[in-house]
Design a protein around this ligand. Structure first.
Ligand code: NIG
Length: 412
């Protein structure tokens, strides 16, 4: 027998007694804080799977042994919302923001997302893939073993499909897993004759590419003043989503637009951001099967506004937390940093923040084999430097991850 045997670890299985896989539909409310701790445990990995999880016992012959010496062993982070495929930079715009301009001022003046759109359109697919791969490697070192990456800086079918191909190319050969999302409604192309024309042409031209090369990817949009209205988002989703594409939507980042009711009504997989969500809408979302995804790096980087994570969990919502890694609103690849902010500003407990970074985002992305530690699960694991998992949220600005195992291989 050969494999990796991690011994004497504080194992966070993320499972409640009697659970052997992730909870169907994801964890709701305060149950998100379920850590399923084995305080002295051993985990055996063979191939790309976990094959045994038990209280510490005897050594196993012919395996590579890692003595965790009481440190935390937990599932790899699942970063379920990023815009990590981009080129160019927006540091000049950030200086304008420091001098008082807002994110929406910059967007409405033709900068922001549009400045990254211009840079991305001028780059080749190979250049986009190479830049993304560098970022994926950085995220992996910080513990993200599964990373969702959105398109959205192309806007037209030609450039959106090129981004999706670049994301796919960057993901092949990457030790972790990359999940593509087609962010087709990030903004309306200013070169289009009208918004109606933009959607008509986009939907006509993208359909074939999506259904051949990107089957089943989720479709996303940005519902906001200066981006898409609720009606435009609904039209886009209604036109493109035929049962095999999940709907995700950026909503209430700056303005409460009324998108939550529409998204819940359409059975959206997630509504992401929620900084400006009014209490009735937060309650509506919490009572639904749609995940809320909160992105606290935006509040840190842009304007100090954060979503009401505590209220959402107390109302029984299904919550995930992600980096939102992008050049405009969240220039951080770090899930540990997102967790540290989630505890301070979304008012999650450290245990809830860990659940929001592992078990729930895996379910959100329809990945039933990860986000928890049990026999049969994919061996995506983190060995922390710490013996207390709360240090993940307590420590700021360092990397708490000592070793990363992805698909059964020690990659960091
Ligand atoms: O989720 N708000 C829309 N999209 C991203 C920002 C993208 C950008 O500014 O380039 C977000 O924050």
């Amino acid at each position: 027998m050969s494999g990796i045997h991690i011994r004497h670890a504080r194992v966070l299985t993320m499972l409640a007694p009697g659970e052997y896989t992730s909870p169907a539909g994801g964890r709701r409310g305060r149950e998100l804080g379920t850590l399923g701790v084995i305080s002295q445990g051993d985990v055996l990995i063979e191939g790309d799977r976990i094959t045994s999880v038990s209280p510490s016992g005897a050594a196993v012959a012919a395996t590579q042994e890692i003595d965790a010496a009481g440190r935390v062993l937990m599932p790899g982070f699942v970063d379920c919302h990023t815009h990590a495929c981009w080129t160019g930079n927006r540091i000049d715009e950030w200086e304008k923001k420091l001098a008082g301009a807002t994110y929406l001022d910059i967007l409405n003046a033709g900068g922001g997302i549009m400045s990254t759109v211009r840079a991305v359109r001028n780059a080749t697919q190979a250049e986009l893939a190479a830049e993304l791969r560098v970022r994926l490697d950085r995220m992996l070192r910080l513990g993200s073993t599964t990373i969702e990456v959105k398109s959205g800086y192309g806007l037209t079918a030609k450039y959106e499909l090129r981004m999706l191909q670049a994301i796919r190319a960057a993901g092949s050969g990457f030790e972790g897993t990359v999940i593509r999302t087609a962010l087709l409604g990030h903004a309306i192309d200013p070169d289009a004759a009208s918004a109606e024309e933009f959607f008509k042409v986009l939907m006509e031209e993208i359909w074939l590419g999506l259904s051949t090369d990107h089957r089943g990817v989720a479709i996303d949009a940005f519902c906001e003043k200066g981006a898409l209205s609720v009606e435009q988002c609904s039209k886009l989703f209604g036109g493109l989503v035929r049962s095999n594409h999940d709907i995700r939507v950026h909503a209430d980042q700056f303005t409460s637009m009324g998108m939550i009711s529409a998204a819940v009504g359409m059975g959206a997989r997630s509504v992401d951001h929620l900084e400006a969500t009014v209490p009735e809408d937060l309650a509506r979302l919490a009572a639904s099967d749609t995940f809320g995804v909160m992105l606290p790096v935006c509040g840190f980087h842009l304007d100090g506004r954060y979503a009401n994570g505590r209220g959402f969990l107390d109302a029984g919502g299904k919550l995930a937390v992600a980096t939102n890694f992008n050049p405009g609103s969240a220039p951080s690849p770090s899930m540990p940093f997102a967790i540290a902010l989630a505890v301070r500003h979304l008012r999650l407990t450290p245990a809830e923040a860990i659940g929001a970074a592992t078990v729930n985002p895996a379910v959100l992305l329809n990945l039933s084999d990860r986000g928890y530690i049990a026999p049969g699960a994919r061996a995506d694991l983190l060995l922390l430097r710490h013996t207390d998992e709360r240090a993940l949220a307590y420590e700021v600005g360092d990397n708490p991850v000592d070793k990363v195992i992805a698909g059964g291989e020690i990659v960091v």
